[in-house]
Design a protein around this ligand. Structure first.
Ligand code: URA
Ligand code: SF4
Length: 195
C-alpha cells in the first residue's frame, strides 16, 4: 500500500490529464493520515492552485467554520478533491479528468482507511458514488465496497443559498455523532447500499 507522502509526490508531478497544463500547483489531499473522516470536494480553485493546498480559499474558510462549530479541528481530518488540479475558470472537471485522477482518491482511501468519507456536493457525489440530485440525498449515509459514506452539500453552496447554512451545520453534526457511535462499537445501517 502506498503512503500518503508517496501519493502526494505522485500527484505533484502528475501529467495524466490536460489539467496539468494549466495548473500552477497540483493540490494533493492534506490532513491527518489517521483521520476518522475524509472530506472529498470537487476540485481546487484559484487559492488552492496558488498554494497547492485543498480548501484554503473561500470554500475552505466555510468548511473550517462548520468543522469548528462541530468542535472539530482541521488537523484531525483529511481533506481532498475528486481532481487534484484546478480546471480553467473553475469549470466542472470533465469525465476523462475525473477518471484520470481516480486512482489517487482510491490510494488515499486505502492509506487512510477513514471510518467515513464525507462527500461534499454534487460533483463528488457523482464521481464517488455515481449519484445526482444532492439536495435529495444529502444527510444520508451510503455503503459501497464496504466503505461508509456520508453525503452533504458543498460548503460553497452556502454562499449563494443561505438556507443551506443550517442544513450543512445539521449534517456535519449528524456525521460526527455517527462517528462517535461507530467508535463506541455501534453498527450503522446505511441509508443507501451500493452493490
Ligand atoms: N472547492 C473544492 O471543491 N475544493 C477545494 O479544494 C476548494 C474549493
Ligand atoms: Fe494528474 Fe489528477 Fe492533476 Fe489530472 S487532475 S494532472 S490526473 S493529478
Amino acid at each position: 500500500m502506498m503512503s500518503v507522502e508517496q501519493i502526494r509526490k505522485n500527484v505533484i508531478s502528475c501529467t495524466k490529464c490536460e489539467l496539468c497544463k494549466t495548473r500552477k500547483n497540483a493540490v494533493p489531499g492534506k490532513g491527518n493520515s489517521n483521520a476518522d473522516v475524509m472530506f472529498v470536494g470537487e476540485a481546487p480553485g484559484r487559492s488552492e492552485d496558488e498554494r497547492g493546498e485543498p480548501f484554503v480559499g473561500a470554500a475552505g474558510k466555510i468548511l473550517s467554520k462548520f468543522l469548528g462549530r462541530a468542535g472539530i479541528s482541521r488537523d484531525n481530518v483529511y481533506i481532498t478533491n475528486v481532481v487534484k488540479c484546478r480546471p480553467p475558470d473553475n469549470r466542472v472537471p470533465k469525465t476523462e479528468e475525473r477518471e484520470a485522477c481516480r486512482e489517487y482518491l482510491a490510494e488515499e482511501l486505502a492509506a487512510i482507511k477513514p471510518k467515513i468519507v464525507c462527500v461534499l456536493g454534487n460533483t463528488a457525489f457523482g464521481s464517488v458514488l455515481g449519484g445526482s440530485e444532492i439536495t435529495k440525498y444529502r444527510g444520508k449515509t451510503a455503503r459501497k465496497d464496504g466503505q461508509l459514506y456520508f453525503i452533504t452539500v458543498h460548503p460553497a453552496a452556502t454562499i449563494y443559498n443561505s438556507g443551506l447554512v443550517e442544513v450543512l451545520d445539521g449534517d456535519i453534526a449528524k456525521m460526527f455523532s455517527l462517528i462517535r457511535e461507530l467508535k463506541s462499537g455501534g453498527n450503522i445501517k446505511a441509508d443507501i447500499e451500493y452493490s
